[in-house]
Design a protein around this ligand. Structure first.
Ligand code: MN3
Length: 247
C-alpha cells in the first residue's frame, strides 16, 4: 500500500467519507478528524482496523495487535451492548453517556468500563500508523507554546505513562481554553467523563498502558513499550484532531 492509499483508508476509517483520489494529503488530514464514535448509539460494533496487524512491527507485534483488537476491544463492545440493554442510558449517544456517568455508581459501572473501553480503543487505533507523519504547523506551534518543545511533550507523556499505577491511559487533551494538557486516567476512564476525570478536555492522543497492550513483547517493561510507541504515532491524525477540537 502506498502512502496516499494509506491516508485515504485512514480518512475513511475516521470519517466514513470517501475522498476524491486527487485530493492533497493536507486536505485528507483535515478531514480525518470527526470523532464519530461519540455520536454512536444503539448497538455498538467493533470498528475494523484500517491496517494489517503486523504493520506496527517491531514496535508493536502482530499478535498483540490481533488480541488487543479482536479480543479486548471486541469484549468491551460486547459487554457495553449487554450493559446498555436494560439501562435508562440506552437511548443516549456515547458522548452524552460519558457526561452522565458518576463515580461510585454501581448501576453504571459496566457502562463506564466498557463504554470507555470502546471509545478509548477506537481513538487509539486511529492515532497509530507505521508511516512517519509530521505535526501540522498549527499543532506544532501549540505544542511549543504549551510544552516548550515536541521533545518535552514526548518526555512528559512517557513519564505520565510510566507513573500510572496499574492499568490506565495517558492522554494529550485540548482544554476548553484551547490549551494542551496531559492527563492520566485509571482503568478505562477518559477525559470526556466530566464527573469522573481529574480534569476534562477533548482527547486527541490516547496511549493504552494496560499490560495487555505490551506484555507479549515487552513483559513488565512498560517504559520500553512507551519508548517504542512513539515510532508509530500518527502525528498528522493527532494534529488534525487538535485543529478540529479548537474549532
Ligand atoms: Mn487496551
Amino acid at each position: 500500500m502506498n502512502k496516499r492509499d494509506f491516508l485515504k483508508i485512514s480518512a475513511i476509517f475516521s470519517t466514513g467519507v470517501f475522498l476524491a483520489p486527487g485530493m492533497a494529503c493536507k486536505t485528507i488530514q483535515k478531514a480525518a478528524v470527526k470523532d464519530k464514535s461519540l455520536t454512536e448509539k444503539g448497538t455498538y460494533t467493533l470498528p475494523p482496523l484500517s491496517y494489517a496487524f503486523n504493520v506496527m512491527e517491531p514496535h508493536i507485534d502482530a499478535r498483540t495487535m490481533e488480541i488487543h483488537h479482536g479480543k479486548h476491544h471486541a469484549g468491551y463492545v460486547k459487554k457495553l451492548n449487554e450493559a446498555l440493554t436494560n439501562s435508562p442510558l440506552k437511548d443516549k449517544d456515547l458522548g452524552e453517556i460519558f457526561q452522565m456517568l458518576k463515580n461510585n455508581d454501581k448501576e453504571t459501572a459496566a457502562i463506564r468500563n466498557n463504554g470507555g473501553g470502546h471509545y478509548n480503543h477506537s481513538l487509539f487505533w486511529s492515532i497509530l500508523s507505521p508511516q512517519k507523519s509530521e505535526m501540522s504547523e498549527k499543532f506544532k506551534a501549540a505544542v511549543i507554546r504549551d510544552f516548550q518543545s515536541t521533545e518535552a511533550l514526548i518526555t512528559q507523556l512517557k513519564e505520565s505513562g510510566t507513573k500510572r499505577f496499574g492499568s490506565g491511559w495517558v492522554w494529550l487533551c485540548v482544554a476548553p481554553d484551547k490549551k494542551l494538557f496531559i492527563l492520566s486516567t485509571p482503568n478505562q476512564d477518559n477525559p470526556l467523563m466530566i464527573n469522573i476525570a481529574e480534569r476534562t478536555g477533548t482527547p486527541i492522543l490516547g496511549i493504552d498502558v494496560w499490560e495487555h497492550a505490551y506484555y507479549l513483547n515487552y513483559q513488565n517493561q512498560r517504559a520500553k513499550y512507551l519508548d517504542a510507541i512513539f515510532n508509530v504515532l500518527n502525528w498528522a491524525e493527532i494534529g488534525a484532531r487538535y485543529e478540529s477540537a479548537i474549532g
